[in-house]
Design a protein around this ligand. Structure first.
Ligand SMILES: Cc1cc2nc3c(=O)[nH]c(=O)nc-3n(C[C@H](O)[C@H](O)[C@H](O)COP(=O)(O)OP(=O)(O)OC[C@H]3O[C@@H](n4cnc5c(N)ncnc54)[C@H](O)[C@@H]3O)c2cc1C
Length: 421
């Protein structure tokens, strides 16, 4: 185990500057009392420290400008993050990743949550943890060299093409088809709500490759976005997540080599369901900092804002509410860490991940709504973080599987869906 740590950190030291593993035991002793030690060590902290420096210098100063422009320069930012190793934390070293376990992705997601908007962390998460897990796990060596390596390096921008106009929650019902023609697939159909879709170089596409049973008729395919027949039809105007572009995309007779298939044909639905697990845990982790930051900012604001001759915070209803919300953040954190701890040991965490996603998404709506209320009129302006997060975080109960989809999954595991026991 020690040799493994040494090797990993020596390989990655140049990129985010971790220390030698000989200090690990002592450091661990220092930190045993921290709740996050269920999954984190000081190596995770070092990783976060390095990322924080990049975020503070290269991202935060420009967020307002990018929000206003309704886009951020994905190629530039991904190159910076890729060079530092943050786009392939748990990806294999031979494809440019750091070869660490998934708990490090969670640490990175938590740190990205400190970017003062939802759109940029989400766009980065699509690149690192939503469009690439299946490729890394099931793709051929050739495919990984062509698509995974440049994505981890930040030379290519990736997007994930699952949702369609007629099929968002009901993934099994997608209509996009990839029909075999010699050594190629010919793809027709369209995708909706595609994050990074306006800037992406390739898409991890879910398409029907046969007419068989719905869960066995689909495949994941690496689809280059600059091919003839791929049309980015529209950049969607949204309530929130302004700095992240969201596209509707059409495919008309798009020809793709069959060797761009990820893993086995017909396994796409299964691969995507696995990929969703990492996406959901990642999404929960990325919500923790916004939750805490907004509570903290609200404490500071209400402490200095006076109404009826006393700080807003001094009203018991206000400080009790904030205490309640902070408690719930810690509950979600504990659930996530427990889920991740089980996941990195190789367990099926579908139920726990769905529970964490459900509760985090509901909580972030409660927190942003309650806090916005305590900011009064200021909370209703575009000048404060709380209003941006109120808009951005509303997506969390819809994207990556709506709350009701999470409840359906949990019910399946509980054996309570009528007729399905
Ligand atoms: C900003 C943004 C970015 C996105 N990025 C991507 C991306 O990069 N790639 C991608 O593939 N997709 C992406 N999505 C799509 C997202 O995953 C879908 O919006 C989501 O899965 C819901 O699908 P839908 O919008 O079609 O809603 P629908 O499927 O039409 O569902 C509408 C509502 O019905 C309810 N509902 C659903 N199922 C049930 C049920 N079983 N029981 C009771 N009620 C139910 C829920 O309240 C749900 O919100 C993105 C969406 C947005 C808005």
């Amino acid at each position: 185990m020690a040799a493994c740590w040494c090797r990993l950190f020596l390989r990655s030291r140049g990129r985010f500057g971790l220390r030698c593993c000989s200090q690990k035991a002592a450091r661990h002793m220092d930190s045993v009392s921290r709740p996050q030690d269920i999954i984190y060590t000081q190596e995770h902290d070092s990783l976060r420290d390095s990322l924080r420096k990049i975020i503070e210098k290269k991202i935060i100063p420009f967020v307002d400008k990018w929000e206003e422009a309704r886009a951020f320069p994905a190629h530039t930012i991904f190159k910076i993050l890729g060079q530092a190793g943050f786009l392939g934390v748990n990806k294999p070293i031979e494809y440019g990743g750091l070869g660490l376990d998934f708990s490090y992705n969670i640490a990175v997601a938590e740190e990205l949550g400190n970017i003062p908007c939802g759109g940029i962390p989400m766009a980065i998460g699509v690149q690192s943890d939503m469009a690439t897990p299946a490729l890394a796990r099931f793709g051929s060596d050739e495919l990984k060299r062509q698509f995974l390596t440049p994505t981890i390096a930040g030379d290519m921008v990736a997007c994930l093409g699952v949702s369609e106009v007629e099929a968002g929650s009901d993934v099994a019902n997608i209509k996009t088809k990839a029909v075999k023609h010699g050594d190629d697939y010919i793809i027709n159909g369209g995708k909706m709500w595609i994050t990074n879709g306006c800037q992406a170089d390739w898409m991890c596409l879910l398409a029907n490759t046969s007419d068989g049973p719905l869960h066995k008729s689909k495949s994941l395919i690496c689809l280059p976005m600059k091919l003839p027949g791929v049309q980015v039809a529209k950049k969607i105007d949204k309530l929130g997540m302004w700095s992240s572009d969201t596209a509707q995309i059409f495919f008309e007779d798009v020809r793709v080599p069959r060797k761009y298939l990820i893993g086995e044909e017909g396994m796409g639905f299964t691969y995507q369901m696995l990929q969703f697990q990492e996406e959901r845990m990642w999404a929960v982790a990325a919500m923790l900092a916004p939750l805490q930051n907004i509570i903290q900012e609200t404490i500071e604001y209400t402490r200095q804002r006076k109404v009826f001759g006393q700080p807003v915070l001094h009203n018991q209803t206000v400080h009790f509410r904030l205490a309640e919300l902070e408690t719930e953040v810690e509950l979600v954190r504990s659930l996530l860490y427990r889920c991740v701890a089980q996941y990195i040991q190789g367990n099926d965490t579908t139920k726990l991940a769905s529970m964490a996603k459900l509760k985090a998404a509901r909580l972030v709506r409660e927190v942003t709504d309650s806090c916005l209320q305590f900011w009064g009129g200021m909370g209703f302006t575009n000048e404060v973080l709380v209003s941006r997060l109120y808009r951005d975080m509303r997506l969390m109960s819809i994207g990556a599987g709506a709350d009701e989809v999470m409840l359906s999954i949990i019910c399946k595991y509980m054996g309570t869906i009528p007729g399905k026991n």
